[in-house]
Design a protein around this ligand. Structure first.
Ligand SMILES: Cc1cc2nc3c(=O)[nH]c(=O)nc-3n(C[C@H](O)[C@H](O)[C@H](O)COP(=O)(O)OP(=O)(O)OC[C@H]3O[C@@H](n4cnc5c(N)ncnc54)[C@H](O)[C@@H]3O)c2cc1C
Length: 405
C-alpha cells in the first residue's frame, strides 16, 4: 500500500507555514515534497515584524542562528498612534520568549526557512506551481504541479494547503467560495523598504488614519519597512499611486507625517488587495489540511500572522506525525481531520475572535482614538488585551520521534 504514494505529505507553498510544517515533518522522518511557485529569495508584502514568540519556533526549527546572522533590527516596543498623535505603547516583553521582536525582510527570513527544509530532508521544488488536486474517489490523493513547462502528478495520503491568502488548493473544493458572488476587495495593502524614515530606534510604530492603518519599523541594513492598508476608494482617488497614498492618506496621521517626511522608497512598491480577514475551513476536504493564512488570516496590526503560520505548521506536523504509520497504510485520514480541526480550534479560535472585534474598532472613525485613550490609562488592560491576541500559553506540541511506519 505504501508504494502507491510518492510522498507521505505534499505541501503547497513555501512561506513560513509550509516550511515550518516541512521541517517538523522531515525531522520526524516523514517523506515530504514542498512546492513553491516562486524562486527564493523573493520580496513579500508584509510588515516584517517578527514577534518575540517566534524565537522558540526558530530554535525548534533549527534556524535561530541563521535568523540572527541576517542582522535583523531588534524591536522592543510597539507604539500605536492615533491621528491626533495620542499614543500607547506595548512592550515586546509582554509577549514572552526573550521579549524582543525582530525586524527582518521576508526575502531573508523565508529563504532561511526554505533552505532549512531542504537541508532537513524535504524535497523542495521552487518555481513550481500546484495547479490541481488529484482525487481517489472523494479524497485528495496528491497534486498536479507545473514545473519547467511540464505538468506532473505526485501522490500522497496527505496534502497541505500553505499557499497563504490565495488558498489555491482549498478554493478548488470550497463550495461556499464558488457560491459567493465575486466582490470587489474594499482594502488595499502596500509595502516598500524606505531610506531616511524617522522611526524611533527599536520601535514598531503603528499609525491609524481614516479607513486604515500602517506600520513603520526598522529592518536589516539600516532600512525601514513601511506597510499600510488603505480603503480601495482612497487608493483610487490617489490614482493607485502608492507614494501618493502614503503622502495623502497615511500622513493624515501626524506622527506618520513626521516619520515619513524625508523618506524615500528604496524598493519597488508591492500592492495586494485584501478580500477579508478571519477563519476558513481548516480541513477543506478529506486528505487536505490548511495551515497559515490559508487557514486563517489574522489582522496584521497584531504582528502575529507569521507566528500563527509557524504554530499551525508545527501543529499540523504534530497531528500528522503521530499517525503517520496508519496514514501510510491508507488509514486514519478521517481521524486526522477531526483531530486537526479540534486542535486548531483550541489553539487559535479565541485570539481570532478578539482580533475580529479589535479590527471592527480600528475601522470605525474615532474609535481607534477612543481606544488609545482608554487603554493608554491602564498597563494592566493593555497587557491583557495584547496577550489575548496571542495564544494563552507558549505551549509546544509533542512531536513524534523518528517514524518507522
Ligand atoms: C499588510 C500586511 C502586513 C502584515 N504584517 C505582518 C507583520 O508585521 N508580522 C506578522 O507576523 N505578520 C504580518 N502579516 C501576516 C503575514 O504576512 C502572514 O500571516 C504570513 O505570511 C502567512 O504565512 P503563510 O506561510 O501562511 O503564507 P505566505 O507567507 O503567503 O506564503 C505562501 C506561499 O505559497 C506560495 N504559493 C501560492 N500559491 C501557490 C501554488 N499554487 N503553488 C505553489 N506555491 C504557491 C506563495 O508564493 C508563497 O510563497 C501581514 C500581512 C499583511 C497583508
Amino acid at each position: 500500500m505504501a508504494n502507491q504514494f510518492d510522498y507521505d505529505v505534499i505541501i503547497a507553498g513555501g512561506g513560513p507555514a509550509g516550511s515550518s510544517a516541512a521541517i517538523h515533518l522531515t525531522m520526524a522522518g516523514a517523506r515530504v515534497l514542498l512546492v513553491e511557485q516562486k524562486k527564493f529569495p523573493r520580496p513579500k508584502l508584509c510588515g516584517e515584524f517578527i514577534s518575540p514568540e517566534c524565537a522558540p519556533h526558530f530554535e525548534r526549527l533549527g534556524v535561530a542562528e541563521q535568523m540572527l546572522a541576517a542582522s535583523p533590527a531588534r524591536l522592543t516596543e510597539t507604539v500605536f498612534y492615533s491621528r491626533q498623535q495620542r499614543s500607547v505603547s506595548v512592550p515586546s516583553a509582554w509577549f514572552g520568549a526573550n521579549g524582543v521582536a525582530l525586524g527582518l525582510s521576508r526575502a531573508e527570513m523565508d529563504e532561511r526557512l526554505l533552505r532549512r527544509a531542504s537541508d532537513a530532508g524535504a524535497v523542495v521544488l521552487e518555481e513550481a506551481q500546484v495547479v490541481n488536486l488529484l482525487f481517489d474517489n472523494d479524497r485528495v490523493a496528491g497534486v498536479t504541479i507545473k514545473h519547467t513547462g511540464k505538468h506532473t502528478g505526485y501522490r500522497a495520503p496527505v496534502t497541505i494547503d500553505a499557499t497563504g491568502r490565495a488558498r489555491a488548493l482549498a478554493r478548488r473544493v470550497d463550495q461556499s467560495h464558488h457560491k459567493t458572488k465575486s466582490h470587489r476587495a474594499s482594502l488595499v495593502a502596500f509595502k516598500a523598504h524606505l531610506e531616511d524614515a524617522r522611526v524611533a530606534p527599536g520601535v514598531c510604530e503603528i499609525y491609524f488614519y481614516r479607513g486604515g492603518y500602517g506600520g513603520l519599523s526598522s529592518i536589516e541594513n539600516g532600512l525601514s519597512n513601511l506597510c499600510f492598508i488603505a480603503s480601495a476608494r482612497a487608493v483610487r482617488e490617489c490614482g493607485t499611486d502608492a507614494e501618493r497614498v502614503m503622502r495623502e492618506v497615511v500622513c493624515q496621521n501626524g506622527r506618520a507625517a513626521y516619520a515619513l517626511e524625508h523618506a524615500r522608497a528604496s524598493t519597488p512598491w508591492l500592492a495586494v488587495s485584501l478580500e477579508g480577514f478571519g477563519r476558513h475551513t481548516v480541513t477543506p476536504t478529506t486528505g487536505l489540511l490548511a495551515i497559515g493564512d490559508a487557514a486563517s488570516f489574522i489582522d496584521p496590526f497584531t504582528g502575529s500572522g507569521m507566528l500563527m503560520a509557524l504554530e499551525s505548521g508545527e501543529l499540523a506536523a504534530s497531528v500528522i506525525g503521530d499517525r503517520i504509520a496508519a496514514i501510510r497504510r491508507g488509514a486514519g485520514i478521517l481521524e486526522l481531520e477531526t483531530l486537526y480541526r479540534a486542535a486548531y480550534k483550541t489553539r487559535f479560535h479565541s485570539r481570532l475572535r478578539i482580533c475580529s472585534l479589535m479590527r471592527r474598532a480600528a475601522f470605525v472613525p474615532g474609535l481607534a482614538q477612543l481606544a488609545i485613550r482608554v487603554f493608554g490609562r491602564s498597563d494592566h488592560l493593555r497587557h491583557r488585551l495584547s496577550r489575548a491576541t496571542r495564544g494563552s500559553s507558549p505551549e509546544t506540541y509533542r512531536l513524534p520521534g523518528r517514524l518507522n511506519g
